[in-house]
Design a protein around this ligand. Structure first.
Ligand SMILES: Cc1cc2nc3c(=O)[nH]c(=O)nc-3n(C[C@H](O)[C@H](O)[C@H](O)COP(=O)(O)O)c2cc1C
Length: 362
């Protein structure tokens, strides 16, 4: 079991100074064209002084993959100069810098795409009010998406990032290929569970080929969501197959996206232990697992490390940039649960909405 103050070694042999990672969290602070701002760079720098690694908020690999306003872009070489400043700022504090690479797929709103049609595995709208029906990618376009993830990985390397995290979670494009809800294709990219995994299989191999081309030191992680509530949707059986396949690859870590790291599956057949424990059983030590969700103080990290190898921390680091240093030194911290609950649960809410709702009188 890892201890909060102990270094952790990833599959490629790279060591993080401790098991704390900043969870990927978009700040919506980039310019309208995806170029990072000085404020955003300062925001990351402040939070990277003590923790092991910082995973940036999602950066879109295609213009048509942009999910929201103020999102980071990595779909063109023009982003490299400012991404270099970001990687340098994160690394200056001693943390590893990991860029999260992303495509919104059917979750990209038309107004954000300047009227362009969102794309996905199939022409099926998400089950959300007002969700647009996307256009199904052609076979050629599927290959282009993979090529663009690969190009984004190379840009991250050029900018000096220590690695990339593949954003396969939270209902966005990569998850859309794996989900039987959004993937109804009948070609090589859809159909059976094995064929729904095909996109991820090829994508991960291509990203690994790009990332590890010059050195195996470059970190490549994969983030996924374990369950969907739609029918049909991703179930635990699918996820256990996914992690079993991914654990065989040269990925440096797997990262399960949860709002509470102790969460138990909604499926009756998988309620004997937490989702994280089922995942660990399947992974069986082949690759480190990062868990996330609801970490507020040192005791939470220690409890999480009984079940997973690394702890990703989100909102606690938004409200207190020095959170990492404080928990490592066993100092008191402000609790996320003292935030106004409505602000806390709003995904994509601007940073300032979080900051201005902190109650310091706990
Ligand atoms: C403001 C905000 C932005 C987020 N943006 C992303 C993102 O860009 N990519 C991602 O994979 N998850 C994103 N998440 C989810 C977080 O990575 C994390 O899983 C979640 O906040 C639970 O962890 P916590 O309880 O420590 O905050 C975001 C969460 C918040 C609160």
């Amino acid at each position: 079991m890892t201890k909060i103050n102990q270094p952790v070694t990833l599959k490629n042999g790279i060591t993080l100074r401790n098991p704390l990672m900043m969870a990927p969290m978009t700040t919506q602070m980039s310019f309208f064209n995806g170029v990072i701002t000085q404020d955003e760079i300062a925001y990351y720098k402040n939070r990277s002084q003590a923790i092991g690694a910082v995973i940036t908020g999602a950066a879109n690999v295609q213009a048509v993959g942009q999910g929201w306003a103020g999102e980071l872009g990595v779909y063109d070489d023009k982003f490299i100069p400012n991404l270099t400043k970001l990687a340098t700022a994160i690394k200056a504090g001693g943390a590893k810098a990991i860029l999260q690479i992303f495509h919104g797929g059917r979750m990209s709103p038309k107004n954000i795409l300047n009227g362009a049609e969102p794309v996905s595995a199939s022409a099926v709208a998400a089950e959300r009010p007002g969700a647009p029906t996307p256009r199904a990618l052609t076979g050629e376009e599927v290959l282009q998406v993979i090529a663009d993830f690969k190009a984004a990985t190379k840009r991250a390397m050029t900018a000096g990032f220590d690695g990339v995290e593949i954003h396969g979670t939270n209902t966005y494009l990569i998850q859309q290929f794996f989900s039987p809800h959004s993937n109804r294709r009948e070609d090589e990219w859809g159909g059976s569970l094995v064929k729904r995994f095909h996109f991820i299989d090829v994508l991960v191999d291509e990203i690994l080929a790009a990332g590890k081309e010059k050195s195996t030191d470059f970190i490549v992680g994969y983030r996924f969501s374990p369950e969907e509530y739609e029918t049909p949707g991703i179930r635990m059986e699918d996820t256990l197959y996914l992690v079993d396949q991914l654990a065989e690859k040269n990925l440096d870590y797997l990262h399960v996206s949860l709002n509470e790291y102790q969460r138990v599956s909604v499926q009756k057949e998988f309620q004997e232990k937490s989702i994280v424990d089922y995942l660990q059983e399947k992974i069986a030590g082949r690759v480190p697992l990062v868990a996330v969700g609801g970490i507020e103080e040192a005791a939470d990290v220690e409890a999480l490390l009984n079940h997973a190898d690394l702890a990703a921390v989100g909102q606690a680091l938004i409200i207190d940039p020095d959170w990492g240093e404080k928990v490592l030194n066993q100092q008191p911290v402000h609790r996320v649960s003292n935030l106004d609950s409505a602000s806390r649960t709003l995904r994509g809410t601007s940073l300032w909405d979080f900051v201005t709702t902190i109650r310091l009188d706990n």
